[in-house]
Design a protein around this ligand. Structure first.
Ligand code: ZN
Length: 148
């Protein structure tokens, strides 16, 4: 089996399951998605430990269906990468435009919208550049004007 067909088998399974379960892997956001990855790795680690960390031996014995865990881990990692490329729908809320979050003293941005994944769209009050970030502080790190 070529590397490409190994990958394609996983891609096909992931696409089918993602449709079936409606992207449930990211229902609880980035932390939930991380926990899915961590749980898979924990299982692979535990099972490999029983083989003195010989992953080939563990996979060859397929103890506790560890092959499925490896495939699932690759699948979740692909979904995470895919999410990064296609983060989801951008929502521009009416009445949300120009909203100033209360927690930043001299607000360099207005908030113009958000994406379902916790990212917000900030607009620089000085040059109107739009920046996607989780918080205004992150937006400020990415885009700022040096004081004159
Ligand atoms: Zn600016």
């Amino acid at each position: 089996m070529s590397l490409k067909s190994v990958a394609m088998t996983i891609v096909e399974t992931v696409e089918r399951k993602d449709k079936e379960y409606g992207a449930s892997w990211k229902k609880r956001g980035g932390v939930g998605a991380y926990m899915m990855l961590a749980r898979k790795w924990d299982r692979i680690e535990n099972i490999s430990k029983g083989q003195h960390y010989d992953i080939f031996q563990a996979l060859s014995d397929n103890t506790g269906d560890v092959r499925d865990d490896v495939r699932d881990l690759v699948g979740y990692l692909l979904l995470v990468l895919d999410h990064m490329e296609n983060p989801g729908e951008e929502v521009h809320l009416p009445g949300y435009s120009g909203y100033l979050p209360p927690d930043v003293p001299d607000k360099p941005f207005t908030t113009e919208g958000h994406r379902g994944d916790g990212n917000n769209l900030y607009k620089c009050k000085e040059c109107s550049k739009e920046v996607w970030a989780r918080t205004m502080f992150e937006a400020m790190k990415e885009h700022h004007h040096d004081p004159a």
